[in-house]
Every structure is written in C-alpha cells, then in structure tokens.
Write a protein that binds this ligand. Structure first.
Ligand SMILES: O=C(O)/C=C/c1cccc(O)c1O
Ligand SMILES: [Fe+2]
Length: 312
C-alpha cells in the first residue's frame, strides 16, 4: 500500500470568469503537471476531502464530517452531473476506523456533491468515474464549526484506515486557500435564503442559474476591488503552505475559528480539507512536498494553490 497526495484550490469561476490568458495558461500547466504526477502514481483508490456549498449538505441535517458510500454530482457550474464510482467497501472500512478512532463521522448512502469535490476529479482525471473514490465531506461553511484540529484527527484516522488497504491510495484536499466568496451564512441571511440553506436541495434550473450568475457578478466586482468581500491574503496562504509542507499542523489548526475568517475570509475554513489530506499522508510517516504552486487569482475569488506530496 502506498499513499500520495494532491491538494488544490477549486473555483467555479474557472472558465466562467477567467484571469488574463497568461495566468490561466500558467494554472493549466500546473494542473497538467499534477495530473502527470497522479498518472505516474496510478492510484487504485482516491479519497477526496472536500467541502460542500449548501448543495448536498444543508441545515436540515449538517454533520461535521460525512463519508460517502454512494454519491452523485449535482452538476453545478456546468460541471459533470451524475454518479461517482464510489468504493462502498472502502468507504465503510474508513468510516468504521474513524469512528473507532473517536472521530464521529456520518455515513451517506446517497451523498450529493458539488464543485468542491467534482473539480479536483475533473482536474486530475477528466471525469467523475475514472477511478474508484471515497468522498469525505468536511463542513467548512455552515456554522457552528468544530475546531480545525478535528480535521487533522479525521485525516489521521483515514490515513490509518487506508494503510490497511492493499492499494495505491491518492488523498486529495480541495478548497482554499484564502477566499471570501458570497457563500451565504445562516445568521445573516434573509428569509428566502434561510429557506434555501435548510431545504434548498435540488433547485430548479432557473434557481441554480440565478445563484451562479450572482457568483460570477460578485467575482467581477471583487476583481475590480469592489464589494463587501475580504481580500485574499497571500501571507496567510504562504503560512498554510509552509506549515503543511513541514508537518507543522498546529501552526494552522492550533488557532480558533475566528482566526481563519479574520485572516483569510469565511471560506478559508476550506483549508480543513488540506489539513485532513496532509494528516492522512502524515499517518504513513515523514513526507516531502514534490510541487507547490500559488498565485492570488481574484477573478477566481481565491488564493489559488496546488500541491503534490509523497512519503519520504
Ligand atoms: O457556492 C458557490 O456557489 C460558490 C462557491 C465558490 C466561489 C469561489 C471560490 C470557491 O472556492 C467557491 O466554492
Ligand atoms: Fe469552495
């Protein structure tokens, strides 16, 4: 059994509100090299730690963590819709190990996933079903959130679980880094949005189009320095990248939740998926980062980063 890691930002603005062509080409080159890294590793299973943005997980029941035993993509932002190739046995083995390790994961036999989980699969494999996956949802948006160190404990438990699988396993973390896109927050939302955050699964085509065009318009404002959005924070992003590369998890998950928001925006909590992925790799022993890319890309509402890593 061996484990490899790829962590990457996601952004539904890719292809819908792109940066200048030379920046887009630079990122395409980074993702092409990440894909080559993955192809060389040739994973037999991909465990994806990803957030959701009130598409699959809503306040009717919002778990901190959920392992998908079956999952399908909602197809938001023009991404592929439909079922993923979930390895159900591996999902249950991971869930059982996490629970035994004291990490209270939920399990879903019908998980709905969005761009947060689908984009890394399209970046690295070009499809939803190229390789068997186990989707692991981490709540990064719906307050209250537990302390970020819980993501490390989840990742460690998953890393120990996959050690028992006689397969090459790629762990993926999806999200971040610093960013503050217009993902609604229950405490501040108007009644119609509160209703969506509680019961808004499976919106109509028109409702989804309206939400997505609103995100694109917000990105246009943000890229021009307008709108009520917190700025990207390259210094904070650099701290996250350096700390995870060095295995210094406490430098990131040792802070309270307000630190993430104040320093890096409300959606910076998505770095919990990176913490979990790196903790899963760390469960195999010492590791080395093989590639690390970073660029603030306001057109995509993100401090955009992609890393790959292998056990030493
Ligand atoms: O939830 C949405 O519709 C948009 C989410 C978004 C926007 C920009 C960057 C991200 O990481 C997002 O998830
Ligand atoms: Fe996101």
């Amino acid at each position: 059994m061996t484990v490899a890691l790829c962590t990457t930002s996601h952004s539904p603005l890719i292809g819908l509100h792109d940066p200048p062509p030379e920046v887009r080409a630079e990122v395409d080159g980074v993702l092409t090299r990440a894909r080559a890294f993955v192809e060389k590793f040739d994973p037999q299973l991909v465990v994806v730690f990803a957030p959701d943005h009130y598409n699959g997980f809503l306040y009717d029941m919002m778990p901190p963590f959920c392992v998908g035993a079956a999952a399908s993509s909602v197809g938001d932002y023009g991404l592929p819709a439909g079922p993923l190739d979930v390895d159900r046995n591996a999902a249950y083995a991971i869930a059982k190990h996490a629970l035994a390790a004291g990490v209270d994961v939920a399990v879903s036999e019908d998980m709905q996933v969005d761009h947060g989980l689908v984009q890394p699969l399209t970046f690295l494999f070009g499809s939803l079903t190229a390789v068997p996956v186990v989707p692991v949802f981490i709540n990064c948006v719906a307050e209250p959130l537990g302390p970020a160190v819980r993501a490390r404990l989840l990742g460690t438990a998953v890393g120990e679980a996959v050690r028992g699988l006689d397969r090459r396993v790629l762990v993926v973390g999806s999200g971040g880094l610093s960013h503050d896109p217009p993902v609604p927050r229950l405490a501040e939302a108007p009644p119609e949005v509160v209703e969506r955050l509680k019961r808004g699964r499976n919106p109509t085509r028109e409702q989804r189009a309206q939400r997505e065009s609103g995100t694109v318009a917000a990105a246009a404002d943000f890229a021009q320095g307008e709108g009520p959005y917190r700025p990207l924070n390259p210094d904070w992003d650099d701290l996250v990248l350096r700390s995870l590369a060095a295995g210094d998890f406490g430098a990131v998950d040792g802070h309270d939740n307000d630190w993430f928001v104040t320093e890096a925006g409300h959606s910076a909590h998505e770095v919990r998926t990176w913490i979990a992925a790196y903790a899963a790799l760390a469960a195999q022993g010492p590791y080395d980062v093989r590639s690390s890319y970073y660029r603030p890309i306001p057109e995509w509402f993100a401090g955009f980063a992609t890393t790959t890593a292998l056990p030493r």
